[in-house]
Design a protein around this ligand. Structure first.
Ligand SMILES: C[S@@+](CC[C@H](N)C(=O)[O-])C[C@H]1O[C@@H](n2cnc3c(N)ncnc32)[C@H](O)[C@@H]1O
Length: 414
């Protein structure tokens, strides 16, 4: 019997130029996935891509119905920005235009083990809770824009082990939503108390948890940025070198330190470790909250954190958004730096306090940049190991002297 005519005969050709290695890699990938040839494999990749695109479109449509712009209401307007009161998903899917935001600078509620007054999501549910926000961030962010998320880690309840929720969030944002991890930063808060006390001070099997992860992501690998905007003062040794010159030579590491090394660039490129003490307990914001008997936000970040990323990643006039605005630290920094901005916050009480940052006048950024911090070299103190044995049970039991005091360990979350 004659073979029926193909309805959609494949008569057209497209040539793709590949290197030897690329071609070999395609053939290998096609064969290991059971495709007869590279053409079939490319068709499969294309249909998978279309599938992802259409599921994204339908997620945006569903979210647009679920989160209309009426969910947010104007609360305060300034020269450059506005505070919206309500659920920020109403902004992300209703009020904001697609591809309109240059920087999302935020600190979401952390997946803490001990609930704080603003209500934390259970670490295990965190990614599910975050999904509509991830979708909304992708919708509103420009291709040249950045998404910066400050997120602290969490201890598992009753155990000296850590939740993976903030790493899971990062993997989800990259693998499910197509964000690129530009660079992780670490915010070290030198003034953090040694917590959780049970594991750090009582059983002595963990160390102080004093660093937050800050995920810097973008829709493309090339968001706009310039590290010359955030240079730090040279170290004393570098200043000496700039003044007295440097003999070009090869370092033991193999790096060729040329005479360009002794050029004064106005400061050195900072590392991705930001040392910022979060100690502000008095100031216009706190005074206003106390005077009006308004709750002081328990999880504010210091102004220097958004300042670093706003200067690094945006120009004056760009739009900066904080969808988890809290006491509107991002807003007041953006206002000072003449960026347009929007802060959304669910709690009216936090916004009543935040108002003090803008009314009657905009609170200026602190001029004092704080002291530079030194981190001691590890193991700089001598120790007699025989006199200091390891806890063989890994801290499963409290020290004998403390056993009667408590049956259940108390775990501090931050
Ligand atoms: C970690 S705090 C942010 C603190 C802020 N960075 C500051 O310095 O004041 C997170 C905030 O997100 C708010 N929030 C949680 N879900 C929200 C939502 N769907 N829309 C708007 N705000 C929300 C919480 O009320 C909380 O104040």
């Amino acid at each position: 019997m004659a073979r029926p005519r193909a309805e959609n005969p494949r008569t057209k050709f497209t040539n793709i130029r590949l290197t030897e290695e690329e071609r070999a890699a395609f053939e290998e990938a096609a064969a290991t996935r059971g495709y007869k040839n590279v053409s079939e494999y490319i068709r499969f990749l294309h249909s998978e891509h279309l599938g992802k695109e259409s599921s994204r479109t339908s997620a945006i449509e569903t979210n647009a119905r679920a989160y209309p712009k009426s969910l947010v209401k104007p609360f305060l307007t300034t020269d450059n920005g506005e505070i919206l009161w309500g659920d920020s998903r109403g902004y992300l899917f209703g009020k904001a235009k697609p591809n309109s935001v240059d920087l999302i600078m935020t600190s979401p509620p952390f997946g803490l083990v001990r609930k704080k007054s603003y209500g934390n999501e259970d670490a295990d549910q965190y990614c599910d809770w975050f999904r509509p926000f991830a979708e909304g961030f992708h919708r509103v962010l420009k291709d040249s824009g950045s998404l910066v998320i400050d997120i602290g880690g969490a201890w598992k309840p009753g155990h000296p082990t850590r939740s993976l929720y903030h790493f899971k969030l990062l993997v989800m944002l990259v693998e499910e939503y197509g964000f690129h991890l530009c660079q992780e930063h670490y915010w070290w808060n030198p003034s953090k108390l040694p917590t959780p006390a049970e594991w750090v001070n009582v059983r002595r099997v963990r160390v102080k948890d004093a660093v937050n992860t800050v995920w810097w992501l973008a829709k493309t690998p090339y968001p706009k940025a310039n590290n010359k905007r955030i240079l730090q003062p040279y170290s004393k040794s570098m200043e000496h070198l700039l003044k007295n010159g440097y003999t070009a030579k090869l370092r033991p590491s193999g790096h060729d330190i040329s005479d360009k090394f002794s050029k004064d660039n106005g400061g050195s490129v900072p590392p991705n470790l930001l040392a910022i003490a979060n100690t502000e307990s008095n100031g216009r914001y706190q005074d206003q909250c106390r005077a009006e008997n308004i709750a002081i936000h328990p999880a504010r970040f210091p102004t220097q954190l958004p300042e670093y990323f706003i200067r690094f990643l945006t120009d004056p006039g760009d739009l900066v958004v904080d969808p988890f605005g809290g006491s509107c630290v991002t807003g007041v920094v953006a206002e000072n730096l003449r960026r347009r901005w929007v802060c959304c916050e669910l709690s009216e009480e936090y916004l009543l306090g935040a108002k003090a940052r803008f009314v009657p006048t905009v609170q200026p950024l602190p001029k004092e940049r704080g002291v530079p911090y030194e981190i001691a070299s590890p193991c700089a103190r001598p120790v007699d190991e025989e006199a200091v044995p390891l806890f063989e049970d890994g801290g499963a039991q409290r020290p004998a002297s403390m056993r009667k005091k408590a049956t259940e360990p108390k775990v501090a979350a931050e």
